[in-house]
Design a protein around this ligand. Sequence first.
Ligand code: SF4
Length: 344
Amino acid sequence: MNAAASLAAASKPEAALLDVRQVSKRFRGTSMPLVKFRRGRFELVRPPVAHALDDVSLTVRHGEAVGLVGESGCGKSTIGRIVAGIMPPSEGQVLWSGLDAYARNDRRAWVASSLKYQMVFQDPNASLNPRMKVGPQIAEAPLTHGLRRSNDIDAFVADLFAKVGLSREQMDRYPHQFSGGQRQRVAIARALSVNPELLICDEATASLDVSIQAQILNLMEDLRQELGLTFLFISHNMGVIEHFCDRVLVMYLGRIVEEAPTSALFARPNHPYTQALLAEVPKIEARKQHFAAIKGELPSPLAPPTGCHFHPRCPHAFDRCRLERPALKAVANGHLSACHLNDR
Ligand code: SF4
């Protein structure tokens, strides 16, 4: 952890900025029953339900960078959207500095403080208006929310541009006049324009070339030091997570299966799924690169496997795995894993 982040964490050692408690999310394609023709007659059938998240709990403390990693479709972006207030959970609570984002009593107070939590998406175009110059776009939110006056907004936006490595002249350009990496810098400047405490980065570097990815990660690291920001960093890329995060949570089919400080997770992964993910990461020092692809595909959230969701792909699966959901249990200090092998 950097100096500013350490200072922030030290001043509030146990304060959880974000506290996600037993959150589940189910999606039903339609609320109307479907009509199907079966065995010579029409029948009403309930539409299938996708179990996107199943009893997920996590905390992010002030000044931390927490990584959320897993394959596409494991539910990590759903968590990002729920914690950002974009969609409600089916069950569970999302507490931001103690305020319940979805409880009627706290909702108004939470909305008032929700500028503190900003999202940076994989595709910066999704958050930028293609018909508007980027300078005025970035000025919009601080002016609307009364954080800045119109007489000092230009200097404020120019300062933000300098922070993210862009020039004042570029404020007068449209989004399509920037490269992919520059557009992501603009999106970060836009997120910073309302003085957030936490950035939720959802695959924020995934669409960029490797060298540009490194530049954006270095920029975020600099901003973390300078502004004492907290990060929830959602990615399928273990290398990016290792580089940037203090702590990592591994997700599989809507559940957290392992949680550990980054160094411990990469040195001693406990869960067979984490071990398989790490085996897929190419190692520069390896003479012959060895890729051990995880066997099979991620099962459908419409029909998740019983017991441990990973059992159809796990090389160590035994009878209990097919029947009983493994609980997250401590395997070392700050290191949790959900695997029945730890009970043997
Ligand atoms: Fe594999 Fe069983 Fe552990 Fe699941 S609980 S990861 S199936 S050994």
